[in-house]
Write a protein that binds this ligand. Structure first.
Ligand SMILES: N[C@@H](CCC(=O)N[C@@H](CS)C(=O)NCC(=O)O)C(=O)O
Length: 211
């Protein structure tokens, strides 16, 4: 299998961390999204949606959603389990992972995409069409991130990890959100979120965080 990856983007990082936690490797090709390398004819022939990460399986199947890729990896290499152990924990991990995406990753993307000068005419991911960014959306993304940080901080005051007692895919998504929001979108975690900062230091210390 082959992974189409992009070093600086948050979604491909989720897959890299997931693979590192499982000790997996595969052929990888780096594409620079800012330079538009995901929008060339060559890549659009592989994935017409033009987005990363994209995993191409040995039989030619193309998987281009981070969680679908992680689901595949979890199935072919079940240990360590990162998506739950039994019906209830699998469902709970999925719910928490969705919270991290909808409440954190989407607002961070909104804040970044509509403020980054290089994307002023690339308001939508994965298309060569000219779509103007909407600067007013930066405020909405920033406000959503403030709510996200507060809710996650409260949760991490009650549990060591994002989905309870064990490190899971929900922690991976949350780590990618916090790092992307803090750096690219310039919305750092407030000092008042002590539980979130404790968790962030712990998960950042795992070797997989550098993947
Ligand atoms: N729902 C997708 C989102 C993938 C996505 O938005 N990827 C971004 C990089 S983080 C991308 O490929 N952007 C291409 C562009 O901006 O043109 C997933 O979870 O994998």
């Amino acid at each position: 299998m082959k992974l189409y990856d992009s070093r600086l983007a948050p979604n491909p990082r989720r897959v890299r961390i997931f693979m590192a936690e499982k000790g997996m490797t595969c052929d990888t090709e780096q594409l620079d999204i800012v330079k538009g390398e995901n929008l060339t004819d060559d890549f659009l022939n592989i994935n017409p949606r033009g987005i990363l990460p994209t995993l191409v399986l040995d039989d030619g199947t193309v998987l281009d959603e981070s969680v679908a890729i992680c689901r595949y990896l979890e199935e072919i290499q079940p240990e360590p389990k990162l998506m739950g152990h039994d019906p209830a924990s699998k469902a709970y991990v999925e719910a928490r992972q969705r919270h991290m995406e909808f409440d954190g990753l989407l607002p961070a993307s909104e804040a970044f995409r509509n403020s980054f000068p290089g994307f002023a005419e690339r308001g939508l991911a994965g298309t060569r069409d000219t779509v103007a960014a909407i600067p007013d959306l930066v405020g909405r993304g920033t406000a959503s991130l403030a709510r996200f940080y507060e809710a996650l901080d409260a949760h991490l005051g009650e549990a060591p990890f994002v989905a309870g007692d064990e490190y899971t895919i929900a922690d991976i998504t949350a780590l990618c959100v916090v790092d992307f929001a803090s750096t690219a979108a310039r919305v750092p975690v407030p000092d008042s979120c002590e539980n979130l900062k404790r968790w962030h230091a712990e998960v950042s210390a795992r070797p997989s965080a550098g993947a």
